[in-house]
Ligand binder design. Sequence first.
Ligand code: SF4
Length: 499
Amino acid sequence: MENKKENKNIDFYIEEIRTAAEEFHINETRPLSYFIRTFGCQQNDNDSEISAGLLEHLGLEAASQIEEADIVIFNTCSVRENADRRFYGHLGNLKTWRSEEKQRRIGVMGCMPGQGTHNKHLKDTFPYIDFLLNAGDMGNLPRALYESRDQSGKHFIVDLTDQPKEMTYPSLPVKRESRHRALISIMSGCNNFCTYCIVPYARGRESSRDPQVIIAEAQAAVDNGAKEIMLIGQNVNSYGNDKRRKGESGFPSFAQLLKEIAQIPDLSVLRYMTSHPKDLSDELIEVIGQYETIEPHVHLPLQSGSTRLLKKMNRRYTAEHYLGLVQKLRAARPEITISTDIIVGFPGETEEDFEATLGLMEAVKFDRAFTFIYSPRSGTPAAEWEQNASDVEIQERFERLLDLQNTHSLESNKTCLDKSIYVLVSGRSKTDEEVFSGRTKDDRLVNFSVPDVSQLENEYAYTARGEAVTTVISEGSEVLVKVTKSKTTSLEGVFERLL
Ligand code: SF4
């Protein structure tokens, strides 16, 4: 059963929820709490950070465990099958939990609720869900909470996926997961309709955010201690196209936006993703070559090295064009690393197509690659197409591709051996408390240990302050690390000094 829609101003919903949260706090002598479980890409990570910021603005507090929260929100992904399955598993586990206390609520946002088949499946199979929101529609979260309040009578699902996105607030509050790194969304949606991808159906058409708002968010993040900014969008290279098409001829290009943000004082690393090869302009390559702050790394999804298959995928570039871009990038920024995404077993992929992919990998020698076996996403054109290779053949191709990429990744990481490199520390290693982790400017993962202080060149700097080196290194520290071992997916090293 669904409720009747009441559309009021966002300020009305914010006020109502804040008042209800205050009353709950007084009556229950504890704050109303929330927990957000995020699946999928960095766009979803950023949407969850904004949702968390908004919920705290409404007076809620983060719970440390899902079962301890009053409001649980799943931010879903339908790009990969694995994320679907994990999400449904979590949702199924909450059935009893939901019925135990009346203030408890379950919301689902992200890529799934806005797609017809997923929307129906969610409502039919999990009728204890309280609200559904479209991907990126955090502005409607206060309304969803308001309309799904007090369901002590007959339960209904508040489905706001047929409502326009709430865009009144150009910049919603954000609670960043990390102190040293700020994710900033510069646009939403995608116009490309790659034949295997669900994103344009789930997130809608491209819509670029105001450049002044983005620059102000970047400046505020740096003022609050962020050393790294990651600009995100499904296809950042087409930033502003939507506005310029509508007559805003002075709306900046992505290259111009990147250039502005790269000049923010005290920003150490400016990252961006994802770049689409068909929109990577000469202007952008020139800017990447000019500004030290812009990471010497680009993630440029190839998907296939066969021009025939690229056409079937509707990628709108050829293998030759891709190779030309790599040459231009390396000419503009010789130290640049290139990572990519590659799909194996796309419908109709022949051995010849697959070998063209291996050939292009040999020609480029990617520093890193995310490789996937194709899985059909219902609602996309490719999901209707016949597969001509057997599962065994596809698996065998995947292993050949992985072997080749592992060789290239290791070769790339070996170029760092014995060098002293910049690392921005993200924290302690998950598996070893004595080891710190971080990333280089060109986006390599580094795990490093701190040797005996007496062996450090500048050990007096720490002992004079009475501090152990390990206590002065923390998330966001910028350090120099001597690389002692190169592995396929990471580097190992020893701390040299703080920067
Ligand atoms: S560019 Fe293609 S793969 Fe990327 S989000 Fe858009 S449709 Fe999907």
